[in-house]
Design a binder for this molecule. Sequence first.
Ligand code: ZN
Ligand code: ZN
Ligand code: ZN
Length: 298
Amino acid sequence: MKMILTGTGTSHGIPVIGCDCRVCRSEDSRDMRLRCSAYIEMPAGILVDVGPEFRIQALKYKIRNVSAVFITHSHADHLHGIDDLRVFSHTKALDPANPGNTETEGSGLAIYTNTKSEQDIRHRFDYIFTPVTEGGGKPKIRIMSAEGITADQPLCINGVEVVPVMLKHGHLDDMGFLFSERQESGEKHSIAYLTDCSFVPENSIELVRRNAGILDHLVIDGLREKPHSTHFSFEQALEAAEKMNPRNVYLTHITHNMSHVQIQKFVKDILWKFPGLKKSAENGFYVGPAYDGLVLEC
Ligand SMILES: [Zn+2]
Ligand SMILES: [Zn+2]
Ligand SMILES: [Zn+2]
């Protein structure tokens, strides 16, 4: 299983429009951050979130196949590239006399998310669900509930098991995802992708601990040094991360307050507070900020 982090920036992205700060002007490519998204390469073909830069990310990282999309929550920075899924679904006009006809068009691209996000998608992108008689240049999608998927009955997408991990993003219910694959040795290896959260409930931590097998990679929201009402700070992210026994930890959804190199140093300096993560780092694993284009392999 190979996941590419196609975006690791907060909702503004970096550089921020009109900002001349040192990070926004940085020439280090790791300081350029598109909006948060990830893609598990074929044969899985799993996309997590479809933000406003999805088209740019798809071209840059050569995303040519999407078998399923997982939406963490409905904030604009995770969803508003939805129209560009057209190319991965079917663009033909729906038959208004028989909108449920799937005989000739296929049934559309599956999007898994929670009830609140489904409501928001149907409301904001109502044109997608309104049959037209002409043209039809719009994505054909099927919204599927991810709420019923449990660790006992995980969803399987082309060999990758997917289990949602419930998170709190301020007061909003958000979904992280645990992606697992059984390797030839029989060992289960996993990547947990937990963006946009300010709290990981105890049962979600348990779920990851119990079902990950070997948690090779944990991608977790770490906005900035200072706390925030809806996002983990770097330190809060590390505190939650340590409880899940990961090998490598990558902070994502990062602001322009610090450069990639500064965050690396900041994390290194506070690692003594987290003995489990400190040990991982001493064993050669990575604990620090993610960056766009980072490839995580199990
Ligand atoms: Zn976000
Ligand atoms: Zn800036
Ligand atoms: Zn958000």
